[in-house]
Design a binder for this molecule. Structure first.
Ligand code: CMC
Length: 378
């Protein structure tokens, strides 16, 4: 049967899913039918993770059990710490994260994906341990010791405490928790799709998440948050924005943190992240990067409004992390800390009605070529 080829599978449904939905024309994002704005205002990252994984908001007792389970699985084995120690400090933390998550699969049972109880514990372990791995990578690449998790702290506060070896201001923990909610899930994006393809082979969940981490790393996907801050630093001050945009677009370059396959309006996550920037800077002083970003959004509108290209989730997030003193190279790993919840929700959904992903290709090569012996080749 002949099929139209859609580069990037644009517009081609790859799965039926009840996990999240995007209305790209109206700028609406829902997790399990609940608007992301409502979740940011009322929920926590762990409650939102529960919602994504199990399809409904937990009653108090279930939430408390889930939070306890995650809290008690935050520690990582010393062999994982040793493994991270052996990796080059010059390597990107996303690569270290991918290696460490793949290694987790050697310590914990995961191959029997029909064991639903074990699947629960795999999900708990991954949500719990990925932040600990990211913090360990962050510290050890600067020659500092790994800081173990602190059980009395919530998810986001503990992550910041593991990074900085001191408890963060409450506002930082709250803002980071909202950032994690915003990054937890986003329909059939590239990393989720990569994970689904791996899941469809019935591989263990550690391998599934390692596949997704690989796809998230690229600058067209999660890697864009790091590139945005790099771009803002390169611009240097608001007065240079117009010249930068002019030059970039004249040469057919892309502004990082702008554009989206689905949104034809400003990404609702960017709207919330911008508000979080303002909340953070009101209390902790201004950020020169934010001033450049606001000017960039204004100037870019003159060029890109007509193409319906607006800031996406990656535009303002890095500015928040930068203000907290987090290294640029950790921005995408922090995206992964949150997105693990969405990846795992899709993994569980895929297993319920699994069919191996095995698409077709349109062959565009030759046929019937002779094998030429090496001494006769030119
Ligand atoms: N700056 C300038 N022009 C752009 C941009 C941009 N950021 N994004 C798209 N365009 C233009 C592009 O040049 C092309 O123009 P023309 O039709 O004249 O050749 C047109 O818009 C379509 O671009 P495309 O790359 O074919 O669109 P796509 O739907 O395949 O790409 C995208 C979506 C996100 C890859 C793209 O917008 C992009 O590269 N953005 C910059 C990287 C970025 O911010 N990525 C994060 C994505 S959202 C969160 C996430 O997934 O992590």
């Amino acid at each position: 049967m002949a099929h139209d080829f859609m580069p990037g599978l644009a517009g081609v449904p790859a799965a039926k899913s009840a996990i999240s939905d995007v209305d790209g024309q109206r700028g609406v994002l829902e997790y399990r039918g609940i608007r992301v704005e409502d979740l940011c205002a009322n929920s926590s990252f762990l409650e939102t993770s529960y919602l994504l994984l199990f399809g409904h908001l937990p009653v108090e007792q279930d939430l408390s059990r889930f939070v306890d389970d995650v809290t008690h699985h935050r520690r990582i084995k010393f062999k994982i710490i040793d493994l991270i120690k052996c990796l080059p400090e010059t390597g990107h933390p996303m690569d270290a994260l991918q290696a460490a998550v793949a290694a987790l699969g050697m310590f914990y049972p995961g191959r029997n994906v029909e064991d639903l109880d074990n699947n629960y514990w795999s999900a708990v372990r991954l949500i719990a341990k990925v932040p600990t791995i990211v913090a360990a990578v962050a510290r050890m690449r600067h020659g500092d010791d790994h800081v173990p998790p602190r059980d009395h702290l919530g998810f986001a506060a503990n992550f910041l405490a593991m990074l900085f070896d001191q408890e963060p201001p409450k506002v930082w923990a709250h803002i980071l928790d909202v950032c994690l909610i915003l990054h937890a899930e986003h329909t059939m994006n590239a990393s989720t799709f990569a994970g689904l393809v791996t899941a469809s082979t019935l591989a263990d969940p550690y391998t599934v998440v390692a596949s997704s981490i690989g796809a998230l790393k690229g600058p067209l996907h999660g890697g864009a948050n790091e590139e945005v801050v790099q771009m803002l630093r390169e611009i240097g001050r608001p007065s240079r924005v117009r010249a930068y945009v002019d030059e970039k677009l004249k040469n057919k370059g892309k502004l990082m943190g702008f554009g989206h396959r689905v949104y034809k309006v400003k990404d609702p996550r960017a709207v919330i992240l911008q508000r979080l920037c303002e909340q953070l800077f009101a209390e902790f002083g201004p950020s020169p990067l934010y001033e450049i970003a606001v000017e960039l959004e204004k100037v870019a509108a003159d060029y890109l409004d007509a193409k319906q290209i607006y800031p996406n989730v990656d535009f303002y997030s890095g500015i928040i992390y930068d203000k907290m003193g987090i290294d640029m190279e950790l921005f995408t790993p922090i995206f992964a800390v949150a997105r693990v919840a969405g990846w795992l929700a899709h993994w569980l959904e895929q297993l319920r009605e699994n069919r191996l992903f095995r698409p077709e290709q349109i062959y565009a090569g030759e046929h019937n070529r002779p094998y030429v012996p090496i001494d006769q080749r030119r």
